[in-house]
Design a protein. Structure first.
Length: 207
């Protein structure tokens, strides 16, 4: 009895770690927005929701194959995010963070209301089931394993990118200036931290 309990406990712990990888993949975007870009953006999850609904609509309602629906949804959400930044967030970048919180909070409720009116409150499913992975008597979700690998790969890539930008020797490199002005740890670790810097928000306002 104790052996069976130990196996179930180990399976639950490992599945919890895999689920944590999925949450880490979602929170990576929040980390970049709040930690690097330094913008209070609380409607991030709603953009993910709209992207998921877009995939469902293209695949289930319009008959698009998933290999086309996925990049189309990513492109649509990227465009939506760009428009929100240009016309909602950008005007309040110089204001107090509470103003950014209020405007993005308004977008949050707007997107939720639009999704409810258009798609309803019923559960939606694209009808795709990934097979499980059996290890002995334990079973793991392949979707969670893929998400866990993607989370680790994305985290490593973002870390390398930030490090490379921080050690850029070109004083006129905009990416270098922006990263050094917003990540204190990287600014302290580079030998040329005294070079002129511009704030990230000033960089956004200048474009």
């Amino acid at each position: 009895m104790s052996d069976i309990f130990d196996i179930f406990l180990l399976e639950a712990v490992l599945n919890g770690l895999l689920l944590g990888g999925l949450l880490a993949l979602l929170s990576l975007g929040l980390n970049l927005i709040f930690g690097v870009i330094d913008v209070v953006w609380i409607c991030y999850a709603e953009l993910i929701m709209i992207g998921m609904y877009t995939i469902w609509w293209l695949h289930s309602e319009q008959g698009w194959p998933l290999l086309l629906a996925f990049p189309a949804a990513v492109a649509f959400i990227a465009l939506l995010g760009f428009l929100l930044h240009q016309y909602v967030v950008r005007p309040v970048l110089a204001a107090e963070p509470i103003n950014q919180l209020l405007v993005t909070g308004g977008v949050l409720f707007l997107l939720q209301a639009v999704a409810t009116m258009v798609f309803g409150v019923e559960f939606r499913n694209i009808g795709v089931r990934l097979p499980g992975v059996n290890v002995g008597e334990m079973n793991f979700s392949l979707a969670r394993i893929v998400a866990f690998r993607l989370a680790n790969a994305s985290r490593s890539r973002v870390r390398v990118t930030l490090r490379d930008w921080s050690f850029c020797n070109d004083f006129n490199c905009p990416a270098r200036s922006l990263i050094l002005s917003t990540v204190p740890a990287l600014r302290a670790s580079t030998s040329c931290w005294k070079c002129p810097r511009v704030s990230l928000q000033d960089g956004f306002r200048s474009h």
